[in-house]
Design a protein around this ligand. Structure first.
Ligand code: NAD
Ligand code: IPM
Ligand code: MN
Length: 347
């Protein structure tokens, strides 16, 4: 089994190093690793954020463990050369359309949540975010209006096949959990969302055991703070899912805690924390590596079919937290390596 390691930019290398230590400690037979350049570091080294060598490793790999991309030095490059194109390109090139972002409170962290602890304590939800379409991948550009004004545009669209496959992913996830699926859209305004809602309802005919509800995204943002315990699985489009998952992370305690898997239906997957390269703390040892370590656990479970070591990683993270491991984002003083040490000790 081949695991691609793409640390990327900013805190990416710091957090992936800790996840790799945890994987090494498990001494799993038959796993090899290949490292690749992505993001701003790839641009600076070879002139492209997703070099062909990296894409080749990704295509051959069973799974990709990804840190983060993003570099303020690159923010004025032409868009196709920006670091973020690495993650967008991998999702598109490998057909990774189903982005699973679980948010569950570790009991010890309930008081780190931006919510009241008793509200935070109820959170156990999964955001199923579509990642191959939407306004992210439509035609975009800059033009000049007839009045001579600069105008930027990004076309938002979904076709029914794209909605159908992510709807199935949402229903299947709900079926394996508590049987509740909330589809989040903006059907009161957007045609894209009207089609989304129509197709989700059509697909629901195959899942009579799942209770389907619909919610507008603005209400969903509010409900996520008011009463997050009401949600089991949320299925939504690329942009709404991006925004709601960062919000969910703070309900859970920290953006440094949320892991993700992005799957293409053939077993191959990309695993990454939901956060970015955090340039404001890069190189300072302040990054919380737990989201990346938990992403490695998802990788073992979903792409390598190794549920037992995945459980062990998750139990070790829970024990490290119960034993008091806290990085600065969790109100503590431990650095990135010490957080890795705590997980290894618990393992
Ligand atoms: P960010 O997620 O990088 O950071 C937001 C805030 O959260 C910052 O204050 C940061 O210090 C903090 N934070 C993030 N991860 C943390 C961790 N593990 N431990 C402790 N604190 C953490 O978002 P941003 O600042 O909006 O974006 C920075 C760059 O990252 C941008 O270039 C953006 O495009 C990119 N980005 C990349 C990904 C990805 O690679 N998948 C995801 C999001 C953002
Ligand atoms: C994420 C990030 C990416 C996204 C960016 C960096 C392209 O915010 O993975 O959540 O918007 O999908
Ligand atoms: Mn995001």
């Amino acid at each position: 089994m081949l695991i691609a390691l793409f640390p990327g930019d900013g805190i990416g290398p710091e957090i992936v190093a800790q996840a790799k230590r945890v994987l090494d400690a498990l001494a799993i037979d038959g796993v090899t690793y290949e490292e690749g350049l992505v993001g701003g570091s790839a641009y600076k080294a070879v002139g492209h954020p997703l070099p062909p060598e990296t894409l080749d490793i990704a295509k051959r790999a069973d799974a990709i463990l990804f840190g983060a991309v993003g570099d303020p030095d690159c923010d004025s490059l032409e868009r196709h050369l920006r670091p973020e194109q690495a993650i967008l390109g991998l999702r598109k090139e490998l057909g990774l359309f189903s982005n699973l972002r679980p948010a569950k409170v570790f009991p010890e962290l309930a008081h780190e949540s931006a919510l009241k602890p008793e509200v935070a304590g109820s959170i156990d939800l999964l955001i199923v975010r579509e990642t191959n379409g939407d306004v992210y991948f439509g035609e975009k550009g800059m033009r000049t209006t007839v009045d001579g004004l600069r105008e930027g545009y990004d076309i938002m669209s979904y076709n029914e096949a794209e909605v159908r496959r992510i709807a199935h992913a949402g229903f299947q996830a709900a079926r394996a959990r508590r049987g509740k699926l909330c589809s989040v859209d903006k059907a009161n305004v957007l045609e894209t969302s009207q089609l989304w809602r129509d197709v989700v309802i059509e697909v629901s005919a195959e899942y009579s055991d799942v209770a389907l509800t619909h919610m507008y995204v603005d209400n969903a943002a509010m409900q996520l703070v008011r009463n997050p315990g009401q949600f089991d699985v949320i299925v939504t489009g690329n942009m709404f899912g991006d925004i709601l998952s960062d919000q969910a992370s703070m309900c859970v305690g920290s953006i440094g805690m949320l892991a993700s898997a992005t799957l293409n239906g053939s077993g191959q997957g990309l695993y990454e924390p939901i956060h970015g390269s955090a340039p404001d703390i890069a190189g300072q040892g302040k990054a919380n590596p737990l989201a990346t370590i938990l992403s490695a656990a998802m990788m073992l479970r979903y792409s390598l079919n190794l549920p037992e070591p995945a459980d062990r990683i998750e139990a070790a993270v829970a024990k490290a937290l119960a034993d008091g491991a806290r990085s600065p984002d969790l109100g503590g003083t431990m650095n990135t390596i010490e957080m890795g040490d705590a997980v290894l000790a618990a393992l």
